[in-house]
Design a protein around this ligand. Sequence first.
Ligand code: DX5
Ligand code: ZN
Length: 217
Amino acid sequence: MAVQISPSILSADFARLADEAAAVPNADWLHVDVMDNHFVPNLTLGLPVVEALLKATSTPLDCHLMIEDPDRWAPQYAEAGAGNVTIHAEAAKAPVRTLRQIRAAGARAGLALNPATPVEPYEDLIGEVDMLLLMTVEPGFGGQKFLDVVLPKIRRTRAIIERHGGEVWLQVDGGVAEDTIVRCAEAGADVFVAGSAVYGAADRVGAVEALRAAATL
Ligand code: DX5
Ligand code: ZN
């Protein structure tokens, strides 16, 4: 599958979100980090802001729910019109039901794993997901250092995906920049979230293209 880049608006100017979304017209997705100050020690935005963003941009929204009760909230993001809704395996109490509800509402369904959460227990759920998200930092904040310890899990996840037909996307999120993206791509990732590497750059369009070029092996 072709490389996809999903700039994270967590590193954008929250007072100018529509402009910040428009600053990356060459992005495949806009990554929206929803944090509730319970699942992670940070608070960002929720459904009303996502609904406003959906009206402000034609770039599909890639909603990453770092919240304690994804079973309650995730279907609502899908119904609102998000292109992808990702829930955390550590937080979901009924992941199969919730992933099915996301798909039934017309969105792609993603399952995210923190750095220390193994992928193997979730292999049987692979038919329920369109994307697996491997966190390459502990979730909660932008601008953290990429965790190399996740690289072997990226390789194992790629192998699992290939065993099951190769259709599921493999996203990485956290510390992804022009150097680390190459290692992630070599390990088998194909969808790349980048916050500070895009919104910290003066030329955001150029930053997206540089990441895409670096990840295209
Ligand atoms: C972290 C978020 C990430 C964050 C990545 O918990 O899930 O999406 O925005 O930011 P960078 O790319 O700066 O590490
Ligand atoms: Zn994220």
